[in-house]
Design a protein around this ligand. Sequence first.
Ligand SMILES: [Zn+2]
Length: 474
Amino acid sequence: MAHRGNSLIRDNHSLGEGRGLVFTAAAVILACSGILCSAQETGAAGKAPPDPRISEAIGQVSADHVRQTIEKLVSFQNRSTLSAQDEESIKAGKGIGAAREWIKSELERDSKECGGCLEVKTDSFEEQPADRIPKSTQIANVYAVLRGTDPQQASRIVLVTGHYDSRNSDNLNTTDAAPGANDDGSGTAVSLECARVLSKMKFPATIIFLTVAGEEQGLNGSKHFAQMAKREGWNIEAVLNNDIVGGDRGPQQDASVVRVFSEGLPAAATEPEIRRIRALGGESDSTSRELARFVAEVGRTYDAGVKPLLIFRLDRYLRGGDHYSFNQQGFAAVRMTEYREDYNHQHQNVRTEGGIEYGDLPKFVDFEYVARVARLNAATLAVLASAPGPPAKVKMLTKELQNDTTLTWEPSPGAAGYEVLWRATSASDWEHVQTFGNAARATLKLSKDNEIFGVGAVDSAGHRSLPVVPEPER
Ligand SMILES: [Zn+2]
């Protein structure tokens, strides 16, 4: 074993045995401090080369287009979920109804430009009066589906979302300015930019570009959507929620990073799963956390211009977001948010008081930063939608007391090979990778007691799936 630590280490030896094994010596460069791998980290387990097609696509994300989107959203004056959505207000370009119709028209235009490649849909429902909903209110999520081209893979879904509703100081106010340029015009712009650039491509798996309402009232839109997805058995592998990714121009902002929040103990874990986590570890291996690590890897592979900073918690103190609605239904979902938020520029009436400017205005948003975050999102979606699905039924044999580790899995359609990732139980990110050929089993000369393992699928072009942490099998 190579040593781990703060220094740069190359690990190029081969370990293990197995049926039809191909020993690919993987170059592993580590620069983890032992707490969290920092955004400055230069490498991780088994870096795959970037796909030039994906690099080109993310290069088409435009800061100017982001600016136009955010300015347009702000022009609707107040996008409270409780604001106007009658025909007249829509015509006048005021209120959440007008915002919804405009988002729909943007996605429809993208679809027209790709020969009808997007299915533009509305998930609309009537929310009954509740805590922050004084009267029965129509809530509509707008989304576009870029259907996968491979019949074996099209049921796999990766999804990007942001919320298009906004608020000012008073969560029930529906008339005064609630610009929501950063919260969450920025996240809405990310979903729309991803739709615009990725709809020009084709992928084996399906991508959904979603914008939800009701976030500020209690995550109502995302909750409805995630419950629908669960009820209808959608196979959503990954949800990227972008909320406050505007890169507020305050002096203490770090525009080189974007925070990626992920839950530890899964919200949807069953009692037996929690018992297993308690006994064997796994507090840091929810599917959402594997997705966060995957985003970090994409950030090292593709030149998005912003580095993911992994935050190992569900969300910030006192705050929540739409990713949680998906977590509750058992889906892997992460939240992206700028490094440092300015609370004078969120949930505030537009005003100047004591020389301080309040309000979520476009002038505080760094459109270049939003574009970089959109590039990171688009690259992650594109890699996952190009890759084979994660291997199914990944097991670790634990029949006997042994110092080796044997893993088995079921083949994944489209996979050309598999890779086993591992790391020390105290390490935050994968440290080692070994590539196997078309095997369904691998034995590594490593003790299962000392490492955490994951198994992923790789296609012939090098697109990697999300890794799956094995379940013990006796
Ligand atoms: Zn928000």
